[in-house]
Ligand binder design. Sequence first.
Ligand code: AMP
Length: 210
Amino acid sequence: MGAPGSGKTTLSRNLAARASVLVIETGNLLRAEAKRGTALSDEIKSYQSAGNLVPSAVVQRVICAELDRAKGDLVLFDGFPRNMPQTDLLTGILQSHKLDLTTIFIFEITLETVLNRLGGRRVCPHCGAIYHIASNPPSRAGRCDKCGTELVQRQDDSPEVIKRRFENYNRETMPVIEHFEQQHAAQCVRISVEGSPDAVLKSVREILKI
Ligand code: AMP
């Protein structure tokens, strides 16, 4: 759990590169579905480009499809649950896939750091690699190191959409964190993510013992 731009996806990918973890990147699964040109695409695009949450039934569908496609012993949900109805959805998904809820990471970060990160974030539209113009630039300006594709700014990383995503986070996701801290206190771990991605990865690996 963490604000937009707190580094959830960066951590998930760094972890998956070093340990056997199935990562469910909710935002990216939705973006991929939107690109596929299916019946759901236009609906997903309209929510994502405005910075609003996609309806939970759609989220459930993409998550379950991914869990069924790629099974894993250790599953990391990145960007889910994001509102209270999705916490019930999580319970159902865990039960139907015979998974236990073991750890809930709560990322702590200041708004100032997040705004700086999102404003400088660039992504590869082809392979999904993530860069930052100052802290993690590609070796050739504006081009992906992995596949050479021209980097873009995510449509929802514009200042007004960032603001909407924050409002949604405070209104919809903060209550989920409060709920977890009340109902699953033993599983909740707050960590500061102000430091480098490597420092965050190290803390998470120590906690998960992987
Ligand atoms: P992210 O890539 O995690 O920043 O998510 C980008 C966008 O995808 C969000 O602003 C939402 O529009 C959508 N999204 C991601 N995760 C969820 C979720 N759990 N529920 C609803 N919408 C989501």
